[in-house]
Design a protein. Structure first.
Length: 148
């Protein structure tokens, strides 16, 4: 089946349903648990942002942006991921995220490849395969279109 362009359909707001690491032999691991929280937005101006994390995160000892212990800050970082930048469709179903800002500074300036498929209200995004801890894996992220 030939992939169709998604550039018009992908615009809007999407809510995170699941984020799994999938091994080459099909084993699945929920990265942020079975009840993750997150949002993905694609604008008509060509910008996107993605925020993903555990649905329930531990409260820090201080709500101040500069507060919290080193351990609390490390746990907060490990439990949440966010990035933003421009996006474009390289070919039908292949979305490129040009990272301008990210919780992981190494991503800034990179072009992140995302393979997208929309079925009804669900957007499934997968990443290219990479090697992780001796296994060939990819990520599969399922988003649901936010109700208006």
């Amino acid at each position: 089946m030939e992939q169709r362009s998604l550039i018009g359909e992908i615009m809007g707001t999407w809510l995170l349903q699941s984020l799994c690491q999938v091994t080459h032999n099909g084993e699945r691991t929920d990265i942020y648990g079975t009840d993750p929280a997150g949002i993905l937005m694609y604008s008509s101006a060509g910008y996107m942002n993605a925020q993903l994390g555990f649905g329930k995160r531990r409260i820090m000892s201080s709500g101040n942006i500069m507060g919290g212990t080193r351990e609390e800050k490390a746990e907060a970082f490990d439990s949440y991921m966010a990035y933003f930048g421009k996006y474009y469709e390289r070919e039908p179903g292949t979305i490129i995220h040009v990272v301008e800002g990210c919780t992981i500074p190494n991503w800034i300036g990179q072009k992140e490849i995302r393979y997208a498929h929309i079925n009804n209200n669900l957007l499934t995004i997968t990443t290219p395969e990479t090697e992780s801890q001796g296994n060939i894996t990819h990520l599969e992220v399922i988003w649901e279109r936010a109700a208006i």
